[in-house]
Design a protein around this ligand. Sequence first.
Ligand code: KG4
Ligand code: ZN
Length: 336
Amino acid sequence: MNESPVLAIESSCDETAAAVVVGRRVLSNVIASQAEMHEKWGGVVPEAAARAHVEAIVPVVRNAVMSAGLRYSELRAVAVTNRPGLVGALSVGVTAAKAISHTLKIPLIGIHHLEGHLLSILAIEGDIPFPHLALIVSGGHTELVAVQAPGGYNILGETRDDAAGEAFDKGARLLGLGYPGGLAIQNAASSGNPNAYPLPEGLRKSAYEFSFSGLKTAVNRLVDSTPNLNVADAAASLQETIVRSLSRKALEAVEELGYSALSLVGGVAANQSLRDRLQAGCQRLGIQFLTPPLSLCTDNAAMIGLAAVTRLSRGEQDSLDLDVWPNSELPRLLAI
Ligand code: KG4
Ligand code: ZN
């Protein structure tokens, strides 16, 4: 399976994505984003997302196969995110993957979205040390995960309330910077002073738990009580508070647990300030810092393909009655 082209599909939220991977090489990675459509609502509307996936899925898959320089007949397996996510959105990808599996008579495999994020680092050149500690930061999750090996994960801590991506998105909405908020905050922050407006760092003393809901309340209060708010300074202060909280805890945890590497994955891993802070922290601790290229941080299908290769090479596959699961825990036990 390591040298066979695998087509992967991801449609769990608001990106319709398809990719082709061979082993750890990403041959194509195509993404049709619905962000513009959801922007006017300030968030993802599930029904509209599902309909947009229906329209985009066929051209996106075709584009992924063609830009990999392949014909459909050269694909050896099809992988798809089947959990967790919006049920209507997931169903579109899973239905397409089943049709492709049935028509081409190739194996089908369902992948957990977070396993995709965790294994997105396989796209980096060089050896990936296992076990290592992972910080997953996305729109729906903020978790510290012990990655024993591909397929074996142990959640060591998570957020008590909002995810880090939600903190960026809600903060951006309060500051009038639009949706999705992470990149908008990063851009506005580049000309701001991160120490201008002190904001609370949630659960400062607890190493393995995060909390970001107080931050949203504090930004709300700041906006209401500051007539001439400097938006760049507010964005920089918000980014600094989130980055400080995430990096402090991840570095404390990795040091305490004695792992030789820390990975940073998920949409918020695209944040340059967070990447720089963790890179510097890992260097200080003398451990390896692993993070995928920006194109593999926010939702994409290449990471689903990379995770699928590890499962297919262990002989796993699913049948055509593969289900979708809107809620689902990360696979905990090694299926070797
Ligand atoms: O992993 P992802 O694409 O989707 C989920 O699985 O949730 O993560 C999306 C999140 C959004 O909250 C978005 O605002 C955030 O990632 N994000 C960023 C940046 N780019 C995307 N947050 C901070 N800085 C960025 N540059
Ligand atoms: Zn994601």
